[in-house]
Design a protein around this ligand. Structure first.
Ligand code: SF4
Ligand code: MG
Length: 334
């Protein structure tokens, strides 16, 4: 399989300013602080972490809806971060976002069919796609149907649908330009648990049918484990661990990953006993604080004095398993 998306040292920093008349820069919120990863064609990579860890900002930055401070976003080898607006528009048909909130992400004044048709109409107007109005309508109808909404729903407005149905509309819209990559920002976390698995299964079927590649964000580890081949765990704008879903589940190394995993309910009572709940102290600290050492230092149950000074980098620990934690560093400073 070839690499579809390669993110290299991506940074998104928001300047912090003080003063009303004379603004001066007093620091930066390091929302995404130099992350690197690749996603292979047809693969689903999960990004997990608590809210505020930089997951959504990562997706927005990749799609250039958020300003990139540094780094590269290579999509099939083309750096999206340095594309002109017009080249970017053309490239956009290859990657589409599914948003978290199916309530606010759909235009309430548009009918379902028009919501799905709109991206195609826009591309036709820009001369980037040649489809007749009839063809657009047909394609929108068939996408709605493929996503579980028959034609009787086509002329209804968003408020006439349930949350799960609205997300189906959002998914059909995301597919309308035939993208290769889907950036899914917590696509099921606003939905009832009973609906979540239906939507996840729909996404899995669509992945096979259309050979889609996913960057899939969630704060719920069990959702990503179910959906994704590999998982990257984020904390305060950094990736702290990355491995296959199975390896991460069987052999979590980073203290933060262990705490996240310990919160996932395990159906097997023996396994549940082994997996003691780890409660972290405090909340995720502010990403604006200057932190020379490990981003997890304040909350880490295993923290050592060195961790406050030295920032651990992602290093290989076994096959396709990387972790950024000084506990696993070979002592090279002897
Ligand atoms: Fe904890 Fe230190 Fe590892 Fe950071 S480097 S996760 S503080 S043990
Ligand atoms: Mg978010």
């Amino acid at each position: 399989r070839e690499t579809l998306l390669e993110v290299r040292d991506l940074k998104v920093h928001f300047p912090l300013e003080k003063g009303i008349l004379f603004k001066r820069k007093v620091g930066a919120v390091r929302a995404v602080d130099g992350i690197s990863f690749t996603v292979q064609q047809g693969e689903a990579l999960g990004l997990v972490g608590e809210s505020g860890c930089g997951k959504s900002t990562t997706i927005l930055a990749i799609s250039r809806l958020e300003r990139i401070t540094g780094g590269e976003v290579l999509f099939s080898g083309v750096d999206l971060a340095s594309l002109s607006e017009s080249d970017l528009t053309r490239e956009r048909q290859n990657f589409q976002i599914i948003f978290q909130d199916p309530y606010s992400s759909l235009d309430p004044r548009m009918r379902a069919i028009d919501i799905v048709a709109e991206p195609m109409s826009i591309f036709v107007k820009k001369g980037l796609l040649s489809l007749s109005e009839e063809e657009i309508k047909e394609k929108a109808l068939s996408l709605l149907e493929r996503c579980g909404l028959s034609s009787i729903y086509a002329n209804r407005y968003p408020h006439e649908f349930s949350g799960g149905q609205r997300q189906r509309i959002g998914i059909a819209r995301a597919l309308s330009l035939g993208p290769k990559l889907i950036l899914a920002d917590e696509p099921v976390s606003a939905l009832d648990v009973s609906i979540q698995s239906q939507i996840l299964n729909l996404l899995k079927d669509l992945q096979k049918e259309f050979d889609l590649t996913f960057l899939f964000i969630a704060h719920d580890l069990s959702v990503v484990e179910y959906f994704c081949d590999r998982i990257a765990v984020m904390y305060l704008g950094n990736i702290v661990e990355m491995a296959s879903s199975k390896e991460l589940n069987d052999n979590p190394l980073h203290p933060y990953t262990r705490a996240l995993l310990s919160a996932v309910p395990v159906p097997d009572p023996i396994a549940a006993k082994k997996r003691k709940r780890i409660i972290l102290k405090g909340d995720v600290p502010s990403p604006s604080a200057v932190r020379p050492g490990c981003p997890f230092y304040e909350r880490c149950p295993k923290a050592m004095p060195r961790c406050k000074e030295v920032k651990p980098i992602l290093t290989e620990q076994g096959k396709n398993h990387q972790v950024a934690c000084l506990l696993y560093e070979e002592s090279s400073d002897a």
